[in-house]
Unconditional design. Structure first.
Lengths: 259, 319
């Protein structure tokens, strides 16, 4: 089951630069929430604070709260490594580990942490994760082939399988289809629709049709001017966002008048 | 704004311009091929000379004997004229010692610089020092090791390990630099992918970053070894020269192949007195020097091959 996330008064900094200002957001469990907005408005930055990936950039930090099922991810005694196990992430460019086979890539989250896993458990996990990522039928006969030998769309689904294999509660996706062709995009979108039964999904996308197709809720981020901090302009369920937004900027954006 | 009046036709290449470009193309091609040939001449000449002169005395007896009981140009009881067993053992042990010191230090230094230090002042300082170190003349490295052992162990200490220390001073900068380059080209995506799976930084570095960069690190280390395996001066100073086989890296003098070549070259000619046995060869020292040089080249070649095989086995698989 997925878990819900509450973001309270989140300010995100790169060094002394305030990148995103005062975000308040409730992300519902087992729904797809899309982040849209013009380039540089900080949607990816906000996404990366949800699994504490933001802070691996030197000098980056944030203030405020991110509550996963009521538990603050930024509390003093919380280990970022543990957070990233609960909140998985899929990146813009497919990034399977080049030294590993398909099977090893799926098991990476387990084996890299030196957990021992019996062969039969590993087989089950690989099949379960790859089925979950709609990839099993395409690769079941060549699990020992290198992961980077797959096509771009297959690689991205392999990355989703890899993220799913560590049993996260939430899946974050940072423009997962922007490097893919339309057919692979469709495959990944279908997959997202299935995955939301088990996970809470947050997806950043530049493609508004994509947000309209797959998201239950949509958050529109904006920035006043280049060099100014970004902020959450408007948050609504997707139907309202695209048909009847109660916000002028959001309306201009989704109707294609700017951005 | 009005359209600017520019005669675009005059930008079109004229026939004479195209002809001139073709001529230049031919001239440059010829020049480049010539430069390539000029660069190859010394290399091929060197290899040819070493092989032709080296094979005359290169046989199993030469490889399996040291220089004890070799008197002048006389043949030894085994029928040979002495050999390089002790020098091969010395070269392998001293180089292995240098590897064991410099590869861990160099790789860890590079990991610190790339994965931890960022742009800190310490990192800039280390970079500067590594650059300075890579320019150290080898004889200075020898002097350093010699004085260090004189201070720590006792005056006049000479042993194989001292030679390893001197060589590692020369190897470390190369290892640091090549490893650093290899770590830099590991895509950041992979680090992020690993961290996002809830893998710790330490495991991300050892199992993803170093693992992905391994082929490059191996070939960089082989290059560094190839650089120091032919060093003569610092080893003459730190490891000394003996004619018998010394297996102990930590005590007693040790001969390496380059030092052996140098010593044989210094003798130039062997004595054959009037009552010498038949088969006494006056030119044997130079012949031994050439054969030892050939063995040294073969040793580096074998190292290179091993490095390539290791790199091939561990490289990112692509089908």
């Amino acid at each position: 089951m997925g878990q819900h996330i509450d973001v309270n008064h989140l300010n995100i900094y790169y060094g002394s630069f305030l990148a995103v200002e005062d975000v308040n957001l409730n992300i519902e469990a087992n729904k797809v929430t899309a982040f849209i907005g013009p380039s540089g408005c900080g949607k990816s930055t906000v996404l990366r604070t949800l699994d504490r990936m933001h802070e691996i950039t030197p000098g980056a930090y944030c203030t405020g709260e991110v509550l996963l099922e009521g538990q603050n991810l930024y509390a003093k005694d919380v280990d970022p490594v543990a957070v990233r196990r609960d909140v998985g992430m899929v990146f813009q460019r497919p990034n399977p580990f080049p030294t590993m086979s398909i099977r090893q890539n799926v098991l990476a989250g387990v084996t890299l942490n030196n957990r021992s896993i019996s062969k039969s458990d590993a087989d089950d996990l690989v099949e379960w994760a790859l089925r979950g990522a709609n990839l099993w039928n395409e690769v079941k006969d060549r699990l020992d082939n290198p992961g980077i030998g797959l096509s771009g769309g297959q690689q991205q689904r392999l990355c989703i399988a890899r993220a799913v294999a560590v049993h996260p509660q939430v899946l974050l996706m940072d423009e997962p289809c922007s490097a893919l062709d339309p057919i692979s995009t469709l495959a990944v979108e279908d997959l997202i629709n299935e995955l939301k039964q088990d996970y809470t999904i947050v997806i950043v996308t530049h493609n508004m049709q994509q947000a309209a197709r797959i998201a239950d809720y949509t958050a529109f981020f904006n920035l006043k001017a280049v060099g100014q901090p970004g902020h959450l302009e408007y948050f609504a369920d997707t139907t309202t966002m695209f048909n009847n937004p109660q916000n002028e900027e959001a309306e201009r954006y989704v109707s294609g008048h700017f951005g | 704004m009005s359209q600017p009046t520019i005669d675009f036709d005059k930008f079109k290449p004229t026939r004479s311009y195209i002809a001139a470009r073709k001529r230049k193309d031919i001239v440059m091609r010829v020049l480049i091929v010539l430069a390539f040939i000029v660069a190859l001449i010394p290399l091929i000449s060197l290899l040819w000379t070493t092989v032709v002169r080296g094979v005359t005395r290169l046989n199993w007896d030469f490889l399996s004997h040291n220089m004890t009981n070799v008197i002048g140009g006389n043949p030894t009881p085994s029928g040979g004229y002495g050999g390089i067993l002790h020098a091969v053992i010395g070269t392998l042990e001293i180089t292995l010692g240098a590897m064991l010191i410099s590869i861990p230090v160099g790789v860890m230094c590079a990991v610190y610089l790339i994965e931890y230090a960022g742009k800190s002042r310490l990192a800039t300082t280390i970079h500067l020092l590594v650059d300075v170190m890579s320019g150290i003349p080898s004889i200075v490295a020898g002097l350093f090791a010699y004085s260090m052992f004189a201070l720590v162990v006792g005056p006049g200490t000479i042993n194989g390990f001292e030679g390893s220390v001197a060589l590692s001073l020369l190897m470390i900068p190369t290892v640091v630099k090549t490893t650093e380059e290899m770590l830099k080209i590991v895509p950041n995506d992979l680090r992020e992918a690993s961290l996002a799976l809830g893998v710790t930084k330490q495991r991300t570095i050892t199992k993803i970053v170093l693992r992905t960069a391994l082929p490059g690190i191996v070939s960089g280390s082989i290059l560094a070894i190839a650089r120091v395996i032919g060093e003569t001066a610092p080893l003459l100073m730190t490891a000394g020269y003996i004619v018998s086989t010394n297996m102990n890296l930590f005590s007693g003098e040790m001969t390496t192949l380059p030092v052996y070549v140098y010593q044989e070259y210094s003798k130039y000619r062997a004595n054959c007195s009037a009552e010498a046995a038949t088969g006494c060869v006056t030119t044997i020292p130079m012949e031994r020097a050439w054969s030892a040089a050939l063995v040294l080249i073969l040793l580096v070649l074998i190292l290179n091959l091993i490095g390539r095989i290791v790199a091939r086995v561990f490289s990112a698989k692509k089908k």
